[in-house]
Design a protein around this ligand. Structure first.
Ligand code: HEC
Length: 193
């Protein structure tokens, strides 16, 4: 024992570091992969949303959204072999309520917004070598307010359609630039070279 300690001290850190359990480190490519997955899902969702709104207004888009949002997200996740969900502290779909670390990440983003700082994604590795990336979702265009804004922005017919599909909706009353929620992307361990 004494011997090992001396060896550690003499040889300095490398030997000691080896003995300690490896602290999980995030995959180097986590952020670009996560951003790509979120952007692709958003682009597919937006395209269907825009088409549905053009055809029948926001009222017609609600059921499309209700059915397709989950399907599109799962399709991208399967194809890219990662986990992807949208979560909120004030969800429309109760299955997408943020809890635990996800809720904490939302709180952190809000603190940054209040302080006027730029939002930086959260990237965390777990002991099983998976990496979780959390990206902020901001109400970034007036279109969002047609379904997530205040009563003067969400038409009465839209409010009724929302209430029919989502009786416990909490995702209204937002303004432009408000934090709406997060993308949570979970990546498996990096493939071995
Ligand atoms: C046509 C109405 C409509 C518009 C416009 C709209 N949304 Fe939504 N949004 C919905 C519906 C419906 C859901 C629930 C979908 C589901 O069940 O997964 C939802 C869910 C979400 C969620 C997932 C969390 C939750 O509350 O369930 C986020 C995040 C979100 N919307 C952000 C946005 C942003 C940002 C925009 C603007 C780019 C936007 N939405 C535009 C109707 C809309």
């Amino acid at each position: 024992m004494k011997h090992t300690l001396t060896a550690c001290l003499l040889l300095a850190l490398p030997a000691c570091e080896k003995a300690a359990p490896a602290k999980p480190s995030p995959r180097a490519d986590a952020l670009p992969l996560a951003k790509e997955a979120a952007q692709e899902t958003f682009a597919l969702l937006s395209a269907e949303l825009a088409a549905a709104i053009e055809q029948g207004g926001p009222v017609a888009a609600i059921p499309v959204c209700a059915e397709r949002a989950g399907e599109i997200t799962r399709e991208v996740a399967t194809r890219k072999k990662l986990g992807i969900v949208r979560l909120s502290d004030r969800p429309r779909n109760p299955a997408q309520e943020a809890t635990g670390e996800d809720l904490a990440a939302i709180g952190d983003f809000r603190t940054e917004i209040l302080a006027g700082r730029e939002l930086r994604p959260s990237v965390k590795a777990a002991a099983d070598q998976t990496t979780t990336v959390r990206l902020p979702i901001v109400i970034n265009q007036p279109l969002c307010l047609q379904c997530h804004g205040n009563d003067n922005e969400v038409a009465a017919a839209t409010r009724e359609a929302i209430a029919r599909s989502y009786p416990n909706d909490r995702a209204r009353g937002y303004s432009l630039n408000d934090l709406r929620g997060i993308w949570k992307i979970t990546l498996p361990a990096a493939p071995q070279p």
